[in-house]
Design a protein around this ligand. Sequence first.
Ligand code: MN
Length: 501
Amino acid sequence: MNDIKEIVSLLYNPTENDIALIQKAYDFARKAHATHKRNSGEEYFNHLFATAKNIAELGMSPTTISAGFLHDMLEDTDITSEEVEKEFGREILFLIEGVTKLGEIKYRGTNRYNESLRKLFVAMSQDIRVLIVKLCDRLHNMQTLAYVPEEKQLRIAKETLEIYAPIASRLGIKKLQRELEDISFMYVYPEDWKNVQDLLKTKEKEQEKYLEKFEKLIKKELAKNNIIDFKIDHRVKGMYSLYKKLKQKDMDIEKVYDISALRITVPDIADCYKILGIIHGSWRPLPGRIKDYIASPKLNGYRSIHTTIFSGDGGIIEVQIRTEDMHKEAEYGIASHLSYKEGIKKKTTNPDLLWVTKILPWKQNENPNAGIHSSSVDIPHWVKELVEYQKETGDGLVDEIKDDFFEERIFVFTPIGDVIDLPKDSSVIDFAYAIHTDIGSHMSGAKVNGKFVALSTILQNGDRVEIETKKSSKPSRKWLEFCKTTMAKRRINNYLENNKK
Ligand code: MN
């Protein structure tokens, strides 16, 4: 148990230094937490090991894995920041300080707080690796939730379902999302969980046999068409995801076509379309169920082709076709771009994930150790604005932010790299007001990614926006047509009201 080889074997081509670093973090953590026990009575180190292993399974770097070993150190032991920095350097210290700070945010269990919390999460995680460590930490805490006093279980599970799982989803880390959701589901909605479990049981065996049979048929058909370089397997939908689907379908499992799906992976994109053609040539597709997420990726970057076909013997089967890269991206999302050795050289080809590369730690500087942000993670300005806005409008805040942040929002950057999040289709004007009312009110020009643009310009994920101001500039009524956020509109209207004369 807790054999470091389990972790090292997950590394892609590790150097001696990589292994030495992980070993050092392992030993250091084990010693520092030697007297600690978990709720279950087991050694505390088990938790640190499990967290580090979860991180390694996502393909993260030795640095991030080491941070996994050390993540509870500042909070739970006498080890100081100075000692950590001396032993492991600034980068690892930055990561574990980030994780510690995230731990200080407390969940309040109403939608309003969820929304600000999620924003806070993203903003505080100027380095996305902090979030990944936190998610992996949470996963192990969920796996051992049975040992936590009962009155705490529900709160933790709810927080996981409402905050952590959506974050994993927004980062495209399907693997974590599914695991976090399925465990929390059991605690948060025990009765529904039981129902879904029962429904699944009736279906599972029958589906399994059916899929295996169909898998063979497809293999044969592909071989006939000289396609031999492919992988085929099937996946069963996560329980929570199935539950959400069932709720839309009057809890009728016969109406859910993708409880399980066949998945075909191939080396390149052209093969995906070729295979789609072959399948549609042999089995009739259900109308309206063909989804080409390769041509139009989902907002979180997901790419794949989905089609649902009549299998010919009365059944209906969903088939997903994608390349190996897409598959990796679908399961590991951002993490697949962070895996340091492959990641640095291999830029993402997916335009919807380009913004991600801008928050990669090594992007800012060639030297990964020098590339980290300063460790001061103050509450960003827009959070303060939000609080102020809430004071003005009371409950209106809920309405203003009710569109799902993680589906409908974009991240853009200030010239110094601060993340500002805005609703989709926001303009330069929205950006300026999101920074500060004075900047909005005195805006005279703007640059996006270094080029001058009109103030009405709609921003895209990952844009770097610079606002120029002049004392004499002021808002005009026309601006109202070009802004999306209630905040900007309100501020412009206020200005116009106050300056009527
Ligand atoms: Mn922990």
